[in-house]
Structure formats: structure tokens, C-alpha cells
Design a protein around this ligand. Structure first.
Ligand code: PLP
Length: 396
């Protein structure tokens, strides 16, 4: 075979989630679309806020082709980056400016670029906290780092600090956290962030090294019941934020987000230059031009999050009433449910027999749980409830 074996393998095996989604489409052809309850994908169903389409209409009617569709600077249009800075300064009282931002094609690009910018040898290690977005392992491998994770804090799905402490060593270069979390829906509390900051500061001192905290935040604005998501740069100076508009503005297919490298971070100037270099080496220069203009105008808005809230309540209330044990999500649009047997893969298979498509959390580093993605039609949730009930009965 005259191709990269590693890339061949990556491209040939589909993720568990994609597999399930494809299965759902085939199954719908057999039993009918309304009888398959597909909770597999995290594709936002709430429409993009009106600002998005209005801005696109407005821009396409007023700007010439080059301004609309031409290249911007590699790191993104200066006005767009300043709009990102202005919004964050106003909302979180930061002191950032356009030169702290690199515009990207969504969180996946933000993460791959940031890791590539930080990792410099194959001895370097990247850590994350389970449950975690499975693509982190792929992104860390692409940067050439060794990847490992801290096992879940099964009690409240915050961070298992004792295990994190034992896993950090002189090779640790970065720790990725994701809050609101995919798949648990949990938001890391201020207490958790402060403890994490204290631990990382102590470890930096102990090893005389820099450990960057990478805050992966595509769900920052999708929170319920007034829960606040602490802004990590305010508590730990070596934080890099990887943001995406995929979920907040319901724009996953448009591929737009940013990396924020604050001035306070160690070697901030060098890190920002390395981000530009990594973007260049990966071919991630000049994020989609039209979308840069759209997010500059619509930053701070969201789709109607109440729709997700209604879905969360409907699923959570009904499943807990039936006797399922679930983590109550503070944010994102996933319900994390304890499987009714130890083997979550086997449980997800049994659910499939009821045409309930839920994702085993084994690949999220969290055995014994399944993820139910509730960015779906409310109707489908209502129709699925008897199937959840029947599945529960099977285990009694
Ligand atoms: N990080 C997490 C935790 C996610 O859930 C996702 C997508 O679902 C991503 C990153 C990738 O997001 P994007 O579509 O912006 O690349």
C-alpha cells in the first residue's frame, strides 16, 4: 500500500456515532422514519438566529465580490478579530484585542492548530478528562503527542483531581477541558476551575515547565437554569480558548470559530506565532470569509435555547421517572444515562432492537454510560418514550 497506514486506518473506520447514524438511515427505509428514534448526532436543530440570514442578505447586497468572497489575512480579518475581542471584553471583562485571535474553521480546527502549535516532540503528552470528545485522541496524535485521560468522577462528573495530579509529569504540555461537556452536559463549577488552576500552577513550578490549559468551548452559551460557565483565562493565565460558532449560532456546516491566545499566557507572542505557523502548515489559513463577517455581526446571539431546555426537561423527567439514572445536564444538548448493565456497548445494542439509537460512552472514556443527543424534534422524544419504557422492562 503506497499510502500512510495511519491515515488509511483513520479514514477507513467510521466513528461509533457515524456508524449509528448511518444505521438509522437504513433502518428508517425499512420501518419508516417516524419509528426510528435517532439520538446519535450532535447536529443543532434549533435554527440559526435571524441575524445570520439577515447579515448574509445584507452583505451580499452591499459588498463587491472580492470583499465578500476574497482571501482575508491568514489569521482572519482585523475587524472580525476586533469584534471578537470587544464582545469578550464587554461580557467577561477581559483585556484582549484583535492580535490575540486567530480565526478558524470551527473547534476541530482550533484544537488541531493549538495542539500542533504547542507539541514539539514525541515525548510530549496531552491529557484530557473523561468523559471527553473522542476526536481529541485523533487531534493529539496528529500533533505527534502521547494522549491519555483522567478517568471520570462518577459522582458528579467534575474533574477527578487526585488522578489528574498523579498523571501530570515533566512531559505534560497541555490539558484539554470541555465545559459545558460533551457528553455529560455538566458545567465545571468555579470551585473546579479554581482547584484545577491551583494544581496546574503547582505542577508548572514543580517541573519548571509550562502546561497550557486548552478550553474547548463550543457549548459555552448553551446553558440552563442560569448556570455560569467560568471563563478559564481569568483563573489560570496559561489558558488558550478554542471556540466555535457551530452550536451557539447553529452553524456547524459553515466551519467558523477562533483561537484566543491571551497576553498573560507564558510565551504568548511565540505561542501566537506558532498558532499562525500551525495554521499555515495544516492549510487552515483565512477562515471562510463571508462567515467571518457574519460572526462579527452576530456574536453574542444564539438560536432559541429554550427548545433544547424543553427537550432536556422532557427526557430527563421521563427517564428518571422510569427508573433510569441520569446526570442532570447544566448545558450542551446531551443526556448522559447510566446503562442498565455494565457493558454499555451491549446495552446500546439492546436499545437498538427497540429502534432507540443511543451512543455507548466507551469511546468517550466513560464505560457504563450512554449518550443521548437531544438536539432533535420534541415529537421524536415523545414518540420514543414507550421504547425507553420497554427497554427498562427488559432489565427487570
Ligand atoms: N469539541 C466538542 C466537545 C464537540 O462536541 C465538537 C463537535 O461536536 C467539536 C469540538 C467540534 O466542533 P466544530 O464543529 O466546531 O469543529
Amino acid at each position: 500500500m503506497s499510502v500512510s497506514k495511519a491515515m488509511y486506518e483513520l479514514g477507513s473506520k467510521r466513528s461509533v456515532i457515524r456508524d449509528l447514524f448511518e444505521y438509522g438511515k437504513k433502518r428508517a427505509e425499512v420501518v419508516g422514519k417516524d419509528k426510528v428514534y435517532d439520538f446519535s448526532l450532535g447536529n443543532p436543530t434549533v435554527p440559526a438566529p435571524e441575524c445570520v440570514n439577515e447579515t448574509i442578505r445584507d452583505l451580499t447586497q452591499t459588498l463587491d465580490s472580492i470583499s465578500l468572497h476574497g482571501y482575508t489575512s491568514a489569521q482572519g480579518d482585523a475587524d472580525t478579530r476586533q469584534a471578537m475581542a470587544d464582545y469578550l471584553n464587554k461580557t467577561y471583562q477581559l483585556g484582549v484585542n484583535k492580535d490575540n485571535f486567530y480565526m478558524t474553521c470551527g473547534a476541530a480546527a482550533s484544537l488541531t492548530i493549538t495542539l500542533k502549535a504547542i507539541v514539539s516532540s514525541n515525548q510530549d503528552e496531552v491529557l484530557t478528562v473523561a468523559p471527553f470528545f473522542p476526536e481529541y485522541a485523533v487531534f493529539a496524535a496528529n500533533a505527534g503527542a502521547k494522549f491519555s485521560f483522567v478517568s471520570p468522577d462518577y459522582e458528579n462528573f467534575q474533574i477527578n483531581m487526585a488522578e489528574l495530579e498523579s498523571k501530570i509529569n515533566e512531559h505534560t504540555r497541555a490539558i484539554i477541558i470541555n465545559s459545558p461537556n460533551n457528553p455529560s452536559g455538566v458545567v465545571y463549577s468555579l470551585d473546579t476551575i479554581k482547584k484545577l488552576a491551583a494544581l496546574l500552577e503547582a505542577k508548572e513550578k514543580e517541573y519548571n515547565s509550562t502546561i497550557y490549559l486548552i478550553a474547548d468551548e463550543p457549548y459555552r452559551e448553551i446553558v440552563y437554569d442560569g448556570v455560569e460557565v467560568p471563563y478559564a483565562t481569568k483563573y489560570y493565565k496559561d489558558t488558550v480558548v478554542c471556540y466555535s460558532f457551530s452550536k451557539s449560532l447553529s452553524l456547524p456546516g459553515e466551519r467558523i470559530g477562533y483561537i484566543l491566545v491571551p497576553d498573560e499566557a507564558t510565551d504568548s507572542k511565540e505561542l501566537y506565532a506558532a498558532v499562525c505557523g500551525a495554521g499555515r502548515s495544516l492549510g487552515y489559513v483565512c477562515a471562510p470569509s463571508l462567515m467571518q463577517k457574519v460572526v462579527a455581526k452576530c456574536i453574542g446571539q444564539t438560536g432559541d435555547i429554550n427548545m433544547y431546555l424543553e427537550n432536556r426537561n422532557l427526557l430527563y423527567d421521563n427517564l428518571t421517572k422510569m427508573g433510569y439514572s441520569c446526570v442532570k445536564p447544566d448545558g450542551a444538548f446531551y443526556l448522559f444515562v447510566k446503562a442498565l448493565e455494565d457493558d454499555a456497548d451491549a446495552f446500546a445494542e439492546k436499545a437498538k432492537a427497540h429502534d432507540l439509537l443511543v451512543v455507548s460512552a466507551n469511546s468517550f472514556g466513560c464505560p457504563g454510560y450512554v449518550r443521548i443527543s437531544y438536539c432533535v424534534d420534541k415529537d421524536m422524544i415523545e414518540r420514543s418514550l414507550p421504547a425507553f419504557e420497554a427497554l427498562k422492562k427488559e432489565y427487570e
